[in-house]
Ligand binder design. Structure first.
Ligand code: SIN
Length: 550
């Protein structure tokens, strides 16, 4: 626990609901809460920086008359390789068109063919059902929602505000402890609310190669774990097959929609190889394509850890590329690759965390007063491998449910902050910055696309050693560090906790399924068609869609 002393630390309960995270899930939920509800929307950065904002592909929904909910459900379940909860998937798919209509009403400018909403194809979808706004759908969605949030007088944005931990009293979550990093001197404050909604996104920053933005450090999952919430399926980290791989460039996502429009994967010899691994070739589910790239590179270039494959867009008409993928074109050209004349070097990168905080269909966790939505939550809709463009959809569908559910929560009555707030001086140089640097390389090496028990154990030992070395720096200090250092300490604390959980969960699941591939257990087992449940230090199997004590 990060513990800080504080005088005058309790903010009056000025909020009914605290939403932690300013991506699509947090924004949409905030907007759907009644105007009479006082909402505090807390974000580490500013509202413009979130994984949702970086989403390219789009939002899946059954809009076309030639499509059906049964097909969208079947595609989602097939991609999830036996671990999707059927009730949750059905709910997600059935609610989708209603929320698309709402977004259109709110002004989200999806691409159209004439009057009709334009639909593209992405991997493992049997129909064209992905709505998009060129190749920056997330940006269009988030900017529209942000404009509406800013116009709402009942929503107060707490920008550049770090949540240190959840505030729990007698088992109930009744607020958070936070620091507003732009207000110096830094001062931790306890903020109470009837409900806290975690919408903090995923944990891509666990890995050296990720398509996620810097704030994706698993904060919500770590905080929920520390107050005893039930978590599940943390071993399932999805690796997107095609991230830009140019020295010095970020692992910029090259959307799956590019393959949906006809781009091919080539190896260094210029050969298409994806069909050797799956009959759907480049349009096989994401976990299959990522592993095909990994395996192909190991077979063809075993001694080159920087080897890449190539995504060739030249079979797509130039005008389509320019019209549909302007952002991808611009970023690639900025890094010296012109997709109109050459294939783009790409590799897999950590993209989406299927596991998270267990919730019911209303977003409630096992901790009263605590809710989770979006990538932070595990509603059961993604199983072992998420179907493309179901993630923004999940934010909308379950965000709306949470907005209805939280207003029935009681007002907290016990408003004395915990007594354990103390500052204890710590001597010696802090290892935190170095751990923050090295941790993503450790996870990439030991808990990446293809894992084994020995590597996972080695990763776990190292993480436990780092937790021991760094814990004095999380639990005490001469005073609050300056804002950037505080953020590094807080994020490293959370990253170490979620690394521990991911590694232990990956060791626990002795089979291969979806995004979790074990070289030492390469087959799926019927006996493992269950969730990996985690609570505190207890790991156990949980049946799908039943028995969850939520
Ligand atoms: C993509 O555009 O390939 C990513 C979309 C998604 O993650 O669903």
């Amino acid at each position: 626990m990060l513990r800080y002393a504080s005088e005058d630390a309790l903010l009056k309960p000025d909020f009914d609901v605290l939403v932690i995270g300013g991506g699509a899930a947090g924004l949409y939920t905030s907007l759907l809460l009644p105007q009479a509800c006082r909402v505090g929307l807390v974000t580490k950065d500013t509202l413009s920086l979130s994984a949702s904002g970086w989403a390219q592909g789009g939002i899946a929904a059954v809009i076309d008359p030639g499509d059906s909910t049964a097909l969208h459900i079947a595609d989602t379940m097939a991609a999830g390789v036996g671990l999707c909860d059927p009730v949750a998937v059905k709910f997600l798919v059935e609610q989708a068109p209603r929320h698309i209509a709402k977004l259109v009403e709110m002004g989200v400018a999806f691409d159209r063919y004439g009057e009709q909403l334009a639909l593209t194809l992405e991997a493992a979808h049997s129909r064209r059902r992905v709505l998009h706004a060129a190749d920056a759908t997330g940006r269009e969605l988030v900017s529209t929602l942000t404009a509406q949030v800013l116009a709402r007088s009942n929503i107060q944005i707490l920008n550049q505000t770090l949540v240190l931990d959840l505030w729990q009293h007698e088992g109930r979550c009744q607020g958070v402890c936070l620091v507003e990093s732009q207000h110096l001197p830094l001062k931790p404050r306890w903020l109470s609310a009837r409900a806290v909604i975690l919408a903090t996104g995923g944990g891509g920053q666990l890995y050296a190669r990720t398509t996620n933005p810097p704030p994706s450090t698993g904060d919500g999952v770590a905080m929920a774990w520390r107050v005893g919430a039930l978590l599940q399926d943390l071993e399932f980290m999805q690796f997107h097959p095609t991230a830009l791989s140019v020295p010095g460039a970020p692992r910029f996502l090259i959307s799956e929609a590019v393959r949906g429009e006809g781009a091919h994967l080539l190896d260094a010899a210029g050969e298409r190889f994806a069909f050797a691994y799956h009959p759907l070739g480049e349009l096989a589910p994401r976990d299959v394509v990522s592993r095909a790239i990994f395996t192909h590179l190991q077979q063809t270039q075993p001694n080159n850890s920087n080897a890449t494959v190539f995504l060739d867009l030249r079979s797509i008409p130039r005008t389509t590329v320019e019209h549909r993928f302007p952002n991808i074109l611009r970023v690639c050209q900025q890094w010296g690759v012109d997709p109109l004349t050459q294939a783009i070097p790409v590799t897999p990168a950590a993209h989406y965390w299927m596991g998270g905080i267990v919730t019911n269909l209303q977003g409630a966790t096992t901790v009263p007063g605590l809710y989770a939505i979006g990538e932070t939550a595990s509603t059961g809709v993604h199983g072992a491998n998420r179907l493309a463009s179901n993630s923004l959809l999940e934010c909308l569908v379950f965000g709306a449910e949470v907005a209805e559910a939280v207003i029935t929560e009681p007002t907290p009555t016990h408003l004395t902050p915990p007594q354990s707030l103390e500052l204890t001086p710590t001597d010696g140089p802090s290892p935190v910055a170095e751990i923050r640097q090295e941790l993503p390389y450790l996870l990439w090496r030991t808990a990446g696309l293809s894992r084994n028990g020995a590597d996972l154990s080695q990763g776990l030992d190292q993480v436990e050693a780092w937790q021991a070395a760094a814990s004095p720096f999380f639990s005490s200090s001469q005073g609050l560090p300056k804002a950037p250092e505080l953020r590094t300490a807080l994020e490293t604390h959370n990253l170490l906790d979620v690394s521990y959980l991911l590694l232990k969960s990956a060791l626990y699941r002795t089979e291969s399924r979806g995004a979790h591939f074990r070289q030492d257990y390469p087959d799926s087992q019927v006996s493992w068609q269950v969730h990996t449940l985690v609570q505190g230090q207890v790991w156990q199997q949980g049946k799908l869609g039943v028995d969850l004590p939520v």
